[in-house]
Design a protein around this ligand. Structure first.
Ligand code: TXA
Ligand code: MG
Length: 358
């Protein structure tokens, strides 16, 4: 238990040490950020086995994990997040074998084809669940959402535990998902027994594509970096649920992923007008390079230049929203990405939810 540098070599601000241990930080106790070395993986797996909660890096966002078969630990995850009990969790697996042998009641050829193409990776598949899987882990549903994460820290943890880990994103319900270990520590600063397995910043940056394989044709309930086109190329037919429809997946309510400051999604012209309207009040602006260049002399703005590539934009989005929020601004104004380009669907989905007023 010692302070350590993160995988990027950066000092981990919130790393905790128990007072009295050699070289201890003077900061108070947990949550404790640990590097993804063998010693911490073993510790994290035993913490899970003992019913503890472990936050861990994935390629999308950090997850707040519990042993799928430990009811108390699952309850703790819901309690920590303040998550409604009717919103089911994703179970993370090491591989297809773990999905089929432990969780899924049925697994058709299309599931196999998608897993072969996209696992490990940011695709979550909803399939009928086995009776032995506790109802609590799926919020009482007869189906279970399963994904194999593409991150060495997550995979090592799954290998060490030898069993699935149920994990929602490691944020308070309705807040922006965390993409660094420090975000998780900030979010759960007072949770003393939380262990955070640091895997560096998440490269994808937004949550996985959630695909309901129990519908005909299979339906995307939450868009992600794996697009409708990507999926259709593997299984032929699939469709995308409109972003404002929420009955199939309670976690995709219109108001979601929201920072504290009100967020508005505007085209460049309306965004400039809004700045005029807000005159005198501080605001953050997330803009593409041309608009950002035009605004850079406006000292009253906290300006973030966003990449015009959707993959890079997604990787930066949540960290930028947290930073904008942390600046204590009155409002966050975001220049809307293109609406008709499929590559932007997932980012646009998150921005729409973050800016929804109800
Ligand atoms: O990338 C991700 O998916 C991250 C990382 C940690 O893996 N996890 C994540 O979990 O975003 P969470 O709980 O924040 O989002 C899971 C989504 C929710 O919208 C939930 O309602 C939906 O998946 N979901 C889970 N099980 C479901 C089920 N059986 N039927 C319908 N929707 C389900
Ligand atoms: Mg979430």
């Amino acid at each position: 238990m010692r302070c350590h540098a993160g995988p990027e070599g950066s000092k981990v601000r919130n790393s905790r040490a128990r007072s009295g241990s050699p070289g201890a930080c003077t900061m108070p106790e947990m949550p404790r950020i640990v590097p993804p070395i063998q010693e911490s993986i073993v510790e994290a797996a035993s913490h899970l086995r003992a019913g503890g909660v472990v936050a861990f890096a994935t390629e999308t966002v950090y997850g707040l994990g519990a042993d799928t078969f430990n009811l108390n630990a699952i309850d703790r995850v819901y309690a920590l997040k303040g998550r409604p009990f009717d919103n089911p969790l994703i179970a993370h697996v090491l591989d297809v074998a773990m999905a089929r042998e432990i969780l899924a009641e049925s697994w058709d050829d299309r599931c196999s084809a998608l897993a072969t193409r996209f696992w490990p990776g940011p695709l979550t598949m909803i399939v009928p669940k086995r009776r032995e899987v506790p109802d609590r882990a799926t919020a009482g549903r007869a189906t279970i959402a399963i994904r194999c994460p593409d991150h060495p820290a997550a995979l090592q943890l799954l290998r060490a535990l030898g069993s699935p880990i149920s994990a929602p994103s490691a944020n308070r319900s309705g807040q922006v998902s965390p993409t660094t270990a420090q975000h998780v520590a900030d979010e759960f600063a007072e949770v003393e027994d939380l262990l955070i397995l640091d895997g560096g910043p998440c490269v994808v940056g937004i949550e996985s594509t959630v695909l309901d394989m129990t519908r005909e044709p299979p339906e995307i309930l939450r868009p992600g970096s794996i697009t409708l086109d990507d999926i259709a190329r593997v299984i032929g037919e699939a469709r995308l649920r409109e972003w404002h429809v929420q009955d199939a997946s309670p976690g995709t309510s219109p108001r979601h992923y929201a920072p504290r400051a009100p967020l508005r999604l505007l085209n460049g012209h309306d965004l400039r007008n809004e700045i005029v309207t807000l005159r005198g009040r501080s605001c953050a602006v997330l803009a593409f390079p041309p608009l950002s260049r035009a605004l850079r002399r406006r000292n009253e703005l906290t300006l973030f230049t966003m990449p015009d590539d959707p993959v890079q934009y997604a990787a930066r989005l949540y960290a930028t929203l947290r930073e904008a929020d942390g600046a204590g601004v009155h409002a966050i104004l975001i220049e809307a990405p293109p609406k008709d380009d499929e590559r932007w669907t997932a980012v646009l989905d998150r921005l729409r939810r973050a800016s929804a007023r109800s």
